[in-house]
Ligand binder design. Sequence first.
Ligand SMILES: CC(C)(COP(=O)(O)OP(=O)(O)OC[C@H]1O[C@@H](n2cnc3c(N)ncnc32)[C@H](O)[C@@H]1OP(=O)(O)O)[C@@H](O)C(=O)NCCC(=O)NCCS
Length: 171
Amino acid sequence: MGVLFYNPAMAFTLRSYEPHDFAALHKLDQACFPAGISYSKTTLRYFLTLASADCVVAVEGIHVAGFVLSEENPPLAHIITLDVDERQRRNGVGTALLQRLESNLSARGVRSVLLETAIDNEAAVAFWQRHGYRIEATLKRYYLGRLDAYEMRKLLLPPASKTDKRPGEKN
Ligand SMILES: CC(C)(COP(=O)(O)OP(=O)(O)OC[C@H]1O[C@@H](n2cnc3c(N)ncnc32)[C@H](O)[C@@H]1OP(=O)(O)O)[C@@H](O)C(=O)NCCC(=O)NCCS
């Protein structure tokens, strides 16, 4: 069951990936990244079918507005991609997807999340930094043998335990 998010511009639901989403996710990834950086159907299907994969999808009605895909080996996880439909950017979809993914990962013992992003992808670098990801290294010629990438990392806190109490808090 999904959770509905409202903002003045759009309402969307987050849910787990379902196999019938595949064509829409592939189309969105092709639209989000240049040829050679976007994933082929074979590669995208490979990642989605990993036992260690998590994929959260944002849907507006029947339309896929975005998705985030990761793989994990707790305490480490790697974000494979985060894609938001160009028409629906700056509406909090990427943020909602990332927060849900981080919450899922944290609950499964992930404490460190790594990703790569092209250094000329200013929107993405700003987005990741806004969400606490820090540049750890520059990977020379990481994409297409010529485009540099930043390796970025965020450390996740363990989920708050139900028994954790703030000072003065009763039950
Ligand atoms: C990066 C991306 C996922 C952001 O998704 P989004 O839904 O637009 O992000 P949000 O609306 O949640 O933005 C949250 C914050 O990130 C930052 N941000 C997002 N896009 C930005 C941009 N174009 N320029 C500067 N800052 C930006 C802002 O701080 C923004 O907060 P604000 O809107 O209150 O200023 C989206 O631009 C995208 O899909 N890009 C193409 C694919 C890609 O590059 N993916 C990431 C690399 S794997």
